[in-house]
Write a new protein. Structure first.
Length: 456
């Protein structure tokens, strides 16, 4: 996504009067600023949200924890946040200790407005440059393409998820709809460092694969020749993406549930637990409620992973985005060396796309590799998608393919869909409503991609 992230600052100091000056210092900069006088509340906020800069005092009245203690806690919750210590501390030993710990900068009190502004601005500029560098190096295919209302609503949900501070997000959608693209978009918007560790849950079925998530100690299994950090530890405050969680074996679901509840992991072969800081994004094409009913998925795990749920629409429900997607793939994969006729695009819009955006991308590649010229035409679409040829009746001429034909196909598909819905799935009633025989109904419905098998 191209939406720019609003920088976020947290100020943690026991002097509420001084804290009140911070928003005034930055009122013209458009930053989001959170103020805390309580250490634990501030640490909780850092665990829930991604901050660019933390302004930290070293001494808090009535609390024995030192600035160094607090800084170390902050670093365990988010290793990427810049911590600027602003303090009246004069003890040389304490000052050297905290500066050597890895803080971004130390500013002695009383600090001027310009000192604080300059320090914060430098930190944010550095993060913005790094963020842009990451985006430039990121594959252009990892973008949410489309301007239909359904996609604009999806982008709004993504922004809401990124800004909400929720720790566990669930993304659902058919295979090929772009669940990982959505997950990466959330991470990009939420975290300036874009920490994102993907794990395919279906592969977690033994001790070796389990170590990908939880890590392992040396000697835990035959090939464990050294300690290994798992995904949850490696995230260091960033996102862990659990792809196809609906396919995760039941015995591993119990272990995952505990990690999500406690934010603690036990490495394979170890007895002690380690505290970890991460945010999770889970994705699945599986109907999890059905999987629960079939005893394939834990009901309590659904409640844990779905604190914020995003559903991605299938491509057939947003065919108006197909032209934009086609041009996007031609640009990003083939540098706009090829063109496509409006008629060919219209024909692509008539298809039902069971494999969604992933299938469309593959079809574009197939048409390019099998092309006869630099222009993609209707015949190339039919070669790449044989099912589209089946949509044409013998009486229809090839010249009829294109926008007109595509529109008629789409209209016919909608007509059949309505008949099926109105008949509550009863094919005999649907055929009767369309005034065709049951055999004709089944043949045409199959050609239109509305049924996959014949029932009695």
């Amino acid at each position: 996504m191209n939406q720019e992230r609003i920088p976020r600052i947290l100020a943690l100091d026991d002097d509420s009067e001084w804290l009140g000056q911070i928003p005034i210092m930055f009122e013209d900069y458009g930053y989001q600023i959170d103020l805390y006088t309580n250490i634990d509340q501030g640490l909780m906020a850092i665990e829930n949200f991604f901050y660019d800069v933390v302004l930290l005092d070293m001494n808090f009245v009535g609390d024995n924890r030192t600035g160094l203690d607090i800084f170390r806690k902050i670093a365990t919750k988010d290793s990427e946040v810049d911590v600027i210590v602003i303090s009246g501390e004069t003890n040389p030993h304490k000052l050297i200790e905290v500066m050597n710990a890895g803080i971004t900068q130390f500013i002695p009190k009383p600090a001027t407005v310009d000192q604080i502004r300059d320090s914060v601005q430098k930190s944010i500029r550095r993060k913005v440059l790094r963020r842009h560098s990451i985006i430039l190096n990121q594959s252009k295919s990892a973008m949410i393409v489309g301007s239909s209302k359904i996609i604009l609503d999806l982008k709004a949900e993504i922004a809401k998820a990124a800004q909400s501070g929720v720790k566990d997000i669930l993304i659902t959608g058919e295979s090929g709809t772009g669940k990982e693209v959505v997950a990466r978009s959330i991470a990009e918007l939420a975290d300036s460092a874009k920490r994102f560790i993907p794990i395919h849950c279906a592969a977690i079925n033994d001790g070796v694969a389990e170590s990908e998530l939880f890590g392992h100690v040396r000697g835990a299994f035959t090939s464990a020749d050294k300690d290994r950090v798992g995904a949850f530890e490696a995230a260091q405050g960033g996102f862990v993406f659990l792809d196809e969680i609906g396919d995760m074996p039941l015995n591993q679901q119990a272990k995952l549930l505990r990690v999500l509840q406690e934010r603690k992991v036990s490495r394979v072969g170890a007895t002690e637990e380690r505290s970890v800081s991460f945010k999770s994004i889970c994705a699945t094409h599986v109907d999890l409620n059905k999987a629960v009913a079939e005893k394939r998925f834990r009901e309590d795990l659904i409640y844990r992973i779905a604190k914020f749920k995003i559903e991605i629409p299938p491509l057939r429900k947003r065919i108006e985005d197909i032209p934009e997607l086609v041009y996007h793939f031609l640009a990003t994969k083939f540098n706009n060396e090829f063109t496509i006729t409006p008629e060919a695009i219209g024909l692509l819009q008539s298809y039902y796309w069971p494999g969604n955006v992933r299938q469309l991308e593959a079809v574009i590649e197939t048409m390019i590799y099998r092309r006869d010229s630099m222009i993609i035409r209707e015949k190339d679409v039919c070669k790449a998608i044989p099912d589209l040829s089946n949509l044409m009746t013998p009486k229809q001429n090839v010249s009829f393919l294109g926008k007109t034909g595509a529109t008629l196909f789409t209209q016919e598909r909608k007509r059949f869909e309505k008949a099926i819905v109105d008949a509550n799935g009863d094919r005999t009633l649907a055929a009767k409503a369309l005034n065709v025989s049951r055999a004709t109904f089944f043949r045409r419905a199959k050609e239109l991609g509305l049924v996959t098998g014949r029932r009695a």
